[in-house]
Design a protein around this ligand. Sequence first.
Ligand SMILES: Nc1ncnc2c1ncn2[C@@H]1O[C@H](COP(=O)(O)OP(=O)(O)O)[C@@H](O)[C@H]1O
Ligand SMILES: [Mg+2]
Length: 267
Amino acid sequence: MFEFLDFEEESIENKPPLPSIIQGEIEFEHVDFGYSDDNVFIQDLNMHIKPGMKVAIVGPTGAGKTTIVNLLMRFYDVLSGQIKMDGHSINDYTRESIRSSYAMVLQDSWLFKGTIKENITFNQEVDECDFYRATKAAKVDHFIQTLPHGYDTLINEDASNISQGQKQLITIARAFLSNKNILILDEATSSVDTRTEYLIQEAMEALMKKRTAFIIAHRLSTIINSDLILVMNQGQIIEQGTHTALLQNKGFYFNLYQSQFEEAEII
Ligand SMILES: Nc1ncnc2c1ncn2[C@@H]1O[C@H](COP(=O)(O)OP(=O)(O)O)[C@@H](O)[C@H]1O
Ligand SMILES: [Mg+2]
């Protein structure tokens, strides 16, 4: 948090906003990037994601998974090459408009002090029908109905009065309601009970339907059905393909999968 507060203010940009109809096509063309000039650890990164694709990014800690998200959202700008959304180079448009094309569901669900409803709508006026559709789709409706104050339940400052899994479902509802065509999901690894985990997975699956989705996956079991798996190591995409194709490759992914599988068996 302090690191975040210490960041330099972003400069004001004299650029137009991104055209609002975004289908969800993403291209990386010859992208180079490093957090400092003497460590350009992403070199000549290329990928082409078609609208509606479900893309999983896997790899060990420090591989560059979060960095990809930072670049997509323009938290950092590429050193050379370009990233395009629906054919538009994202550097030509305001950061604000780029960021508002995405819905994010992150591991540390971010909730603020306010009612559950305010947390889902971000204090925006919303259509009641849309609201209930979103909460039903996010599988959070049932749990909220069992609270004495329902959607008017106040969430504490530290959100200690609801569980980790419920927080996650609330942020999924938020993503449904915002109805963006591109999603970034940082898969939850937090220990939730099996039933909640099942609900979260179902809700995530529903959310990803017909949307382009980037999933930073920790448990490989949840990404088996992705259209594309990008395997990263040290800033490079070292392998890519479907789960089946990557297993047949008997390369990095194969070994990663085997080791997780063995771990799971020991536990
Ligand atoms: N804000 C930052 N400033 C400087 N270096 C960073 C920053 N964020 C990540 N890194 C470094 O960049 C590399 C990739 O990190 P990251 O994208 O977070 O990996 P992953 O998400 O796959 O664990 C790592 O070596 C990490 O230490
Ligand atoms: Mg990361």
